[in-house]
Design a binder for this molecule. Structure first.
Ligand code: HEM
Length: 502
């Protein structure tokens, strides 16, 4: 009997909650969108594979701004350059917050990082420090030798495979490259690539990245408390991943604090953060938790993004052999003319077609296709629609970079020449091309991100011709994305390299 009474009371409470929610949202003229079911909203319609394509389909149906619901939460998606400008320039301050996410909250040590921090005075201080020091052009240049050395290490492995005419896993190679380069830049650590420490680092990193991409019921159905997260074992998974992350990062902090530690080859990023910890220049206290939170951002953002971009680039080049030939010809003629055997970072400025190729790669598959979600701070209007405070807003950069108004009738065609014909850059002021976002929360690691991808990408083109294995045809390559914040190609790209003598 008692159970029945509790059940009935629970049901009435849930119904009252949704009646209240409905009354609340009815006051607003929300952007158009698909019909919703009571309680769950549009949860049943959402697709987890290729969400950027799925939302592009909804934009075609409902327009460049549409809304949908998950539980009691309103979500808005922007898919045009004009509205991106409205959001990220005109109303940038009002959308400079990040939405509620239980996983982000935990892995960022209660939002002490940069990427998931709320828009607070602390955030503004840490962001300024990041722009002036952590990601400054000087600091990015300090690690040039690391990125070049790691590229050479990758080429040695490909050469071995080429000698045996065996396929290489470009996805795996690129992740190893970025993992190694990031460990050296962030912690001054040079791990053996196949050693236990590197394996441990990668496992921890994957755990943290996967928590970032999970959907937590408690964020959308707060009245369930954590019951559904617990039942689906999400809570336990999140805590286990965070536990491993924390032990590792604490070890890095302890090492950096050790007075007997050997001086690293170059001051690493954690050394800089430990200096802030010692100097305490901010209004609020900068603890070792803050150090771990910020370094977590660097490690996650630095490994995933550049690797994903090069893999997408190589995939499209396999589908567009004429573009491949042109890009290869440019880098090969350049090294012959200069008497080089390697494309270094400083050479890239002399390779206009290659630079256009990098931009086209980031246009056709922006690796964070839905950017990092923003949250609306105060009630406002966009395109005549109400956007209530607390609404989560995503910019579908993948859709924006296919806007026919800016990109012509064939936006799905991989054509680097677009960027030779018109002067468009990814620096956040051309709103039709925003792979790094724009405005106050634009990617602060853009320079480093580009540096991380250019040298390996250019040297792949310089040194090898590639074939698909097992007689596979280019049109058979699977183009699905692996869902997460940064979206990789879900199936690894495997290619047979053939050495070229330049
Ligand atoms: C190809 C490489 C990269 C791409 C495409 C990329 C893209 C992005 C995007 C789209 C955002 C969200 C911007 C917004 O909300 O408007 C972002 C944020 C961020 N990125 Fe990157 N990123 C890359 C590399 C990096 C690297 C190498 C780092 C650091 C090591 C980094 C650190 C960050 C941080 C800390 C944020 C959060 C900024 C904030 O909220 O203030 N990124 N990135």
């Amino acid at each position: 009997m008692e159970d029945i009474i509790i059940g009935v009371v629970g049901l009435v409470a849930v119904l009252l909650f949704f009646l209240y929610q409905n009354r609340k949202t009815k006051r607003y003229k929300l952007p158009p969108g698909p019909r919703r079911l009571p309680m769950i909203g549009n949860l049943h319609q959402l697709q987890t594979t290729n969400p950027q394509r799925f939302f592009y389909g909804w934009a075609k149906k409902y327009g460049p701004i549409f809304s949908y619901k998950i539980g009691g939460k309103t979500m808005v998606v922007i898919s045009s350059a004009e509205l991106t400008k409205e959001l990220l320039k005109t109303q940038d301050v009002n959308f400079a917050d990040r939405p509620q996410h239980r996983g982000h909250e935990l892995i960022s040590y209660g939002r002490r990082d940069m990427a998931f921090s709320h828009y607070t005075p602390y955030y503004r201080e840490i962001r300024k420090m990041g722009m002036n020091h952590l990601f400054s052009p000087t600091r990015v240049a300090t690690f040039k030798h690391v990125r070049e050395e790691e590229t050479r290490r990758m080429l040695v492995k490909i050469n071995k495979a080429a000698d045996k005419s065996e396929p290489v896993d470009i996805s795996e190679l690129m992740l190893t490259f970025t993992n190694s380069a990031v460990c050296r830049q962030a912690f001054g650590k040079k791990y053996n690539e196949d050693g236990a420490e590197m394996k441990r680092f990668i496992e921890i990193l994957y755990g943290t990245q996967s928590v970032m991409g999970k959907i937590f019921f408690s964020d959308f159905f707060p009245f369930t408390r954590y019951v559904l997260d617990d039942l689906t074992k999400l809570t336990a998974y999140m805590k286990a991943c965070f536990g491993r992350q924390d032990i590792y990062l604490q070890e890095m902090v302890d090492e950096a604090l050790d007075p007997n530690r050997a001086k690293p080859e170059t001051e690493s990023m954690i050394d800089l953060l430990m200096q802030i910890y010692k100097d305490q220049p901010f209004a609020s206290k900068f603890t070792t938790e803050n150090v771990k939170a910020v370094i977590m951002n660097i490690v996650v953002a630095g490994t995933d993004t550049a690797a994903a971009a090069v893999v997408w680039g190589m995939t499209y080049l396999m589908k567009y052999p004429n573009v491949m030939k042109k890009a290869q010809a440019e880098v090969r003629e350049y090294v012959t003319e200069k008497g080089l055997t390697f494309i270094a970072e400083d050479d890239v400025k002399n390779l206009p077609y290659f630079r256009a190729l990098v931009k086209e790669t980031l246009r056709i598959e922006p690796v964070i296709p839905l950017l990092v979600p923003r949250a609306c701070i105060q009630d406002t209007k966009i395109a005549g629609y109400d956007i209530p405070a607390g609404t989560t807003v995503n910019v579908n950069a993948w859709a924006v970079s296919r806007d026919e108004k800016y990109w012509g009738l064939n936006p799905d065609e991989f054509r680097p020449e677009r960027f030779l014909e018109k002067d468009v850059d990814y620096k956040g002021t051309d709103y039709e091309f925003i792979p790094f976002g724009s405005g106050r929360r634009m990617c602060p690691g853009m320079r480093l991100g580009v540096a991380m991808l250019e040298v390996p990408y250019a040297n792949l083109l310089l040194n090898y011709n590639f074939k698909l294995p097992n007689g596979m045809k280019p049109e058979e390559i699977n183009m699905d994305v692996m869902t997460g914040l940064a979206m990789h190609k879900s199936e690894h790209l495997k290619l047979i390299p053939e050495k070229v003598n330049n």
